[in-house]
Design a protein around this ligand. Structure first.
Ligand code: BES
Ligand code: ZN
Length: 460
């Protein structure tokens, strides 16, 4: 296959505007999984997906979990011998704040300059809907699908997917398939379709430091009472050496180097580090000088402060010795680092370096394992052809610094390969104000997905 089959292409072309309009309706639902005041909205987004799948002729079920529901859609009438493909996506979104930085409101989708702006446009409602739109187009045109399909749409990806691995485990037989396909990532650059070969994992901590029973006058008590803000600063300062390497003992022990061929591939990608610096707007880039920027982002683990809180931060000066301080600290992990092992190392390290005079607690909030694929086999061969058919050029292989914890779970529990074929773009502002998805990528993405199913069916 070198182009999109004409019957499908005709239907896609005729319905682009309608499908975009349908996506608008999905995006208007503020399904913010982290906020309980949005629980009804999150449920409404699940129902939206459920009904859309039911309309195509899928057997659908919304399964309540301890958190937000999992929507399960199944269609198992493909010709004998055809593979079964599991499609995963998430209908929940990140909180939209800070609201004042959005050019148009987060839940009022707007197209400007070929970009569809809305919270969830690219992460992940737009990409999940591209799959649904591809399936419904194929069903409409052909009355059938070339492969058996299971769709899993979850509502807790943005809060750590805690209930999903147990769900997959409990439904292992029902979810048996030949491969998993996920669009929840980005292309390397506009016009360059991409297949993802790795994701970093995550171990997320909250560190709390308690000193005196309450805030104190910094003149009456400062100098004799240990200051929790300074204590926290000292603790955080021990987490890196002067070159930016993580200095927590044992942190790198489990790191398995990426194969030289993968690194060579990364070095061949057209990437301008100075452009990247300008894009992020930092005066200079930093850390581990022996690695390229892409290697730092895709192959090296980190330890980052995500947030800090202590003492007086309002206008002017207030002489106060704070009673407490808090930091949110997260480690991005690479194969074969394990979140539980990193938790133990972090706790031991903090206990060792914590100054006397304060009480320090480290709480592990959530985590996910890193993932790396070898990109071999029929799923990946089909993806290459499908992406070529939709975008008119061969895909590149990329890595990713972000995390999708469930990817490793699918691979481990179901014992099948996972294909990550995303249609976002650099600068798409995921998790930030003015999140957008390229309308062109949405249109080409759904064609690529249809081509993928077609290709997988043909290879049976
Ligand atoms: N879609 C992202 C994962 C991602 C991030 C892919 C960047 C490509 C580029 C996903 O929705 C996400 O944000 N994941 C979280 C995971 C966390 C909440 C466990 C992340 O990476 O921070
Ligand atoms: Zn996200």
């Amino acid at each position: 296959m070198t182009s999109i089959p004409a019957d499908l292409e005709a239907r896609f072309a005729a319905r682009e505007a309608q499908l975009l309009d349908d996506l608008f309706a999905f995006l208007r639902i503020p399904s913010v999984s982290a906020r309980s005041e949005h629980n009804a909205d999150t449920q409404r987004a699940a129902t939206w997906v459920h009904e859309r799948l039911a309309r195509i002729g899928f057997t659908t079920e919304t399964v309540q979990t301890a958190g937000h529901p999992v929507v399960l859609g199944e269609w198992r009438k493909a010709p004998k011998g055809a593979p079964t493909i599991l499609v995963y996506g998430h209908y929940d979104v990140q909180p939209p704040e800070p609201l004042e930085l959005w050019t148009t409101p987060a839940f009022e989708p707007t197209v400007r300059d070929g970009k569809l702006f809305a919270r969830g446009s690219v992460d992940d409602k737009g990409q999940l809907f591209a799959h649904i739109a591809a399936l419904e187009t194929m069903m409409h045109v052909r009355g059938t699908l070339p492969v058996n399909v299971i769709v899993i749409a979850e509502g807790e990806e943005e809060v750590g997917s805690e209930n999903l691995a147990p769900f997959i485990e409990a439904n292992k037989a029902r979810l048996a398939c030949d491969g998993v396909v996920i669009s929840d990532s980005s292309m390397f650059a506009p016009g360059i379709p991409s297949i993802l070969s790795s994701l970093r994992g995550l171990a997320y901590f909250e560190i709390n430091v308690r000193g005196p029973a309450s805030d104190l006058h910094s003149g009456s008590y400062g100098g004799a009472v240990v200051n929790p803000a300074m204590a926290l600063a000292r603790i955080l300062a021990t987490m890196h050496d002067d070159t930016g390497k993580v200095a927590i003992p044992g942190f790198y022990d489990a790191v398995r180097p990426f194969p030289p061929a993968v690194i060579a591939g990364m070095r061949k990608l057209p990437f301008d580090e100075e452009e990247f610096r300008k894009e992020v707007g930092a005066p200079a880039l930093g850390y581990e000088p022996q690695y390229t920027v892409l290697e730092k982002l895709w192959t090296r683990p980190t330890c980052e402060v995500n947030g800090l809180l202590s003492g007086y931060t309002g206008e002017g000066a207030k002489t106060v010795l704070p009673g407490v301080s808090m930091a949110k600290v997260s480690c991005r992990l690479v194969p074969d680092q394990d979140p539980a092992a990193i938790e133990a190392l972090m706790k031991a390290h903090v206990a060792k370096v914590a100054p006397k005079g304060v009480t320090v607690t480290v709480t592990h909030l959530h985590g996910g394992k890193p993932w790396r694929a070898d990109l071999e086999g029929p799923l990946f061969e089909a993806a290459k052809k499908a992406l070529f058919a939709a975008f008119g050029r061969e895909p590149v292989v990329t890595g990713e610094g972000g995390s999708i914890p469930v990817v490793g779970d699918f691979e481990r529990i179901l014992g099948v390969p996972v294909l990550l074929m995303g249609f976002g773009l650099p600068g798409e502002n995921a998790h930030a104000p003015d999140e957008w998805m390229s309308v062109e990528n949405f249109n080409k993405g759904m064609r690529a997905i249809a081509a993928l199913f077609e290709q997988l069916g043909a290879g049976k």
